[in-house]
Write a protein that binds this ligand. Sequence first.
Ligand code: NAD
Ligand code: MG
Length: 389
Amino acid sequence: MVHDIANITTIPLLNIPNLIQIGYQLMDHIASDLTRNVNNVSNYVIITDTQLAPLYLSTLYKLIQSHLKLNQRLLTRILPCGEQSKSRNTKAQIEDFLLNQKCTRDTCLIALGGGVIGDLVGFVASTFMRGVPFVQIPTTLLAMVDSSIGGKTAIDTAHGKNLIGTFWQPKRIYMNLSFLETLPKREIANGMAEVIKTFAISNEPEFIKLENGKNQIESAILGFSDQSDATKLDADRSMLMSVVSACAAYKAYIVTEDEKEDGLRGLLNFGHSIGHAYEAHLSPEWLHGECVSLGLIHEAELSYYLGHCSSNVISRLKKCLQLYDLPIKFDEKSKHRLGLAQVMDTMKVDKKNKGDQKRIVLLKKVGSALDNKPTDVSDVAIEHVLSKY
Ligand code: NAD
Ligand code: MG
């Protein structure tokens, strides 16, 4: 259920129409829609990071400011960029800032950033004054297609990532694809891993679009498809828009069906049972999406080994991941950091498991997951497949 209004694609989430809005050059639109729709507030607070602030903060600030009513304030807070900001400490600092500024329950937090800012600001919003409204303005591809949708908020502790958090839904999610122009290439690939995962479990036609549309997608992201050829630029942009919209719409559908991850939402973990275990050993040198890339291939291998899909599925997946600059094998140094026993041990800590029983999303074919839910898989089968790498 995707709708187009004046070049903005809107997607409902949790049965709220227009909650997700996707387009290009959306800054003006964001400022006016936000102040119109989340309007019963006396303070808007934009929270962003040191990398994004010089790029986008002053534009957004001026535009929102121009829509404020007399009694409304606009505040800003800039945090260091990177995962280390998803901490108890940073959460407390934001809370102290809001309290010092005498922010009340009618405060709207605006998360301008990637998944780090989105997860953290969402968590602050969910507990400040027992819960205040917030909006997501995701600026990375990963945040657009994944982390901004679904209401999972969190911070990290020394015991692991995302261990403390809440479910708290944003009032709006604005995906301004023009932000992707400044996103480093490696971060684009990081987000593409989730896009490829999504279509691998849900949508073969969209997967084929990825297989054939690399140049168009890349030009649209970089914003430089031959500027003199307006028709080509339009076509490239609609291609990227349709890919991001289809991906976001699928996540929105899953979240609407299973908001608190009691069942269907587990499907989104394709590639992540093994990928997370790799990440535990290879992070921070390897990004999440890079570990998921190997996780997707190895879980597809497992699906093939168990007789659920053809080997063609593995080769198409590999080719597609490689096309979007994702790794499809380990370098020697990383291989040494990944003992089979350690990976198996790390895989025990997976919320999909039932006790000792590992549960993994398997593929039936490109675009379709087996039984639409994670499947019980024996340790022997996993060890057999992983011992090859
Ligand atoms: P990130 O937020 O750290 O952003 C990556 C880097 O890119 C940062 O340095 C940031 O400053 C920079 N950046 C962001 N947008 C930019 C732009 N448009 N131009 C230039 N630079 C830009 O990383 P991420 O991959 O977006 O998010 C990762 C986080 O998301 C992790 O903490 C992960 O746990 C979380 N996550 C949450 C969910 C969820 O459901 N809540 C899902 C997946 C991931
Ligand atoms: Mg992921």
